[in-house]
Design a protein around this ligand. Structure first.
Ligand code: DAH
Length: 344
């Protein structure tokens, strides 16, 4: 039965007329494709009695060679005929190129690069540090008391808990300050962008993964006035010369004195709107003079040297700059959102 089918197939192949590209494609589908007759015939082999298989296999193999040879020959003949008649146009190098769509940079990348650009121009270099960190660099060296709530499970993702030497995902980029000061003697003038992690439920205003930029300047005679002037410069470059800035007293374990910086709301020009919650001000960062305990923990002489530090959320800056209302948009990768930032 199968042998019979193989014979009729051989005849059909021999008689098949292959004069047009359509016929060629039809032939390929019917005989040579995965769902074609020849594949079926190979498949039928397993149902034959063992003693017939060898002969049948040979017949089908020959059939396949016949079909492939016929296909190739017709294909070459068709191509030769096409070239002879000039049907395939010669390469025209003067034709315009096909439109090529460029990707867009992510708003976090754009904002980070702008922040780096502003600080690099006034002499800061860029440094990097690990995202998986130990308790000492993330908390202890930064003067966090042993029972400070930020160390607790609610805030911190622990990778491993083994007694005093806990391994965790860094909760801020301040760990890089410590690494810089351990490795280098002053003057140090660096900014340190990177990812940070906190155990927060994801919402429009909070996320378990976000980005910060840390700043650090340690040298002789660094004062709070230097800190203020540096941040005034940053804010005006980032948000415009007319932006008002205010420093509010605050507390961080690693700085003394500490402050938070607000800028005037550029949506309502300080008149009050729902973005600034009718205060006219928007908080953008934390900062202060590096606590002498922190300098000491890193082996820097706190009598000879002073320094300032600051830390800001890149998402926060991007949201204010581009008027983005929901943090989740940064990680959802919706192309309609991301495309808007091309060419910025
Ligand atoms: N590490 C702080 C945070 O994650 C931000 C911060 C505040 C960094 C003040 C600093 C600083 O360097 O001086 O909330």
């Amino acid at each position: 039965m199968s042998l019979e089918k193989a014979r009729t197939t051989a005849e059909a192949i021999a008689q098949y007329s292959l004069e047009t590209p359509e016929q060629l494609e039809q032939f390929r589908l019917q005989y040579l494709s995965k769902k074609g007759v020849i594949t079926d015939l190979f498949g039928a082999m397993k149902d034959l009695p063992a003693e017939d298989r060898k002969q049948f296999g040979q017949v089908v193999n020959e059939l396949k060679e016949q079909a492939v040879a016929k296909f190739k020959q017709a294909q070459e003949a068709l191509e030769a005929a096409q070239t002879a008649s000039g049907a395939t146009a010669p390469l025209d190098l003067s034709l315009p190129v096909l439109p090529h769509s460029l990707g867009a940079q992510h708003p976090i990348t754009l904002t980070k690069n702008r922040i780096i650009e502003i600080f690099e121009r006034i002499g800061f270099n860029v440094a990097d540090g690990p995202e998986i960190e130990d308790d000492w660099h993330n908390f202890t060296a930064l003067n966090f008391p042993p029972n400070h709530p930020a160390r607790e499970m609610q805030d911190t993702f622990f990778v491993e808990r083994n007694g005093t030497n806990d391994v965790l995902l860094r909760t801020h980029t301040s760990n890089v300050q410590i690494r810089m000061m351990k490795e280098q003697q002053p003057p140090i003038r660096s900014i340190m962008p990177g990812r940070v992690y906190r155990n927060e439920a994801i919402s429009a205003r909070a996320h378990c993964l976000f980005h910060q930029v840390e700043g650090l300047y340690v040298a002789e005679n660094v004062s709070f006035a230097d800190l203020k002037q540096t941040l005034y410069h940053f804010v005006r470059e980032m948000f415009g010369q007319e932006t008002a800035v205010r420093f509010r007293p605050s507390y961080f374990p690693f700085t003394e004195p500490s402050a938070e910086v607000d800028i005037s709301c550029h949506l309502c020009q300080g008149k009050g709107c729902n973005v600034c919650k009718y205060t006219g001000w928007l908080e953008i960062l934390g900062c202060g003079m590096v606590d002498p305990n922190v300098l000491e923990a890193c082996g820097i002489d706190p009598v000879r040297y002073t320094g300032f530090a600051f830390g800001m959320g890149i998402e926060r800056i991007a949201m204010l700059k581009y008027r983005i209302k929901d943090l989740r948009l940064f990680t959802e990768n919706d192309a309609r959102f991301l495309r808007q930032f091309s060419g910025v």
